[in-house]
Design a protein around this ligand. Sequence first.
Ligand code: FMN
Length: 170
Amino acid sequence: MDTFLAVVSKREVREYAGRPIPADAEQRILEAGRISGSSQNRQPWRFLVVESPSLRARLADAVYVPANVRGGALVVVIAVGGRGPTAFDAGRAAQNMMLTAWNEQIGSCPNGMPDPDAVARLLDLEDGERPVVVLTFGYPARTRDPQRHAALEWIERANRKPFDEVVQQL
Ligand SMILES: Cc1cc2nc3c(=O)[nH]c(=O)nc-3n(C[C@H](O)[C@H](O)[C@H](O)COP(=O)(O)O)c2cc1C
């Protein structure tokens, strides 16, 4: 898929179809995160793939919208440690993973958590390591075909602030 079309047609998936993600697609999603750039190439992250059903259930209870984690075919926690702009680094990795997924019709959604310390304990993170986001991936319950609209149409349909409010010439 054209990268711009992938960016403008991607929406967060509220509900998943429940089908599993092929192993090779999962590998590409995780590689997209691993290969991401980061400040001073520190790669301050670990990507924790939560497979255990009991751990998944407890993680679901620790995010704002538990159903999104319960329904995901793949659940990845991005945890970071150390100094520097680690949240920005994690965001770069997260978006690369989500766009790589979308390139193969796999939807995704970032999930925040009200109590990151509780999630750090739940996942037994190392000292100084903290969870940034819980990413869910899966085939959307409602199929969305990126080719259905031109890029500019996807932009017009998106619930976003107007261009001139966001982009300003100085
Ligand atoms: C179920 C659900 C939970 C979400 N939780 C969070 C969150 O906790 N933190 C966050 O930054 N974004 C979260 N998001 C993502 C933003 O709401 C989303 O990026 C924004 O509303 C634009 O959505 P759209 O691209 O589908 O229009 C969540 C989205 C969904 C659907």
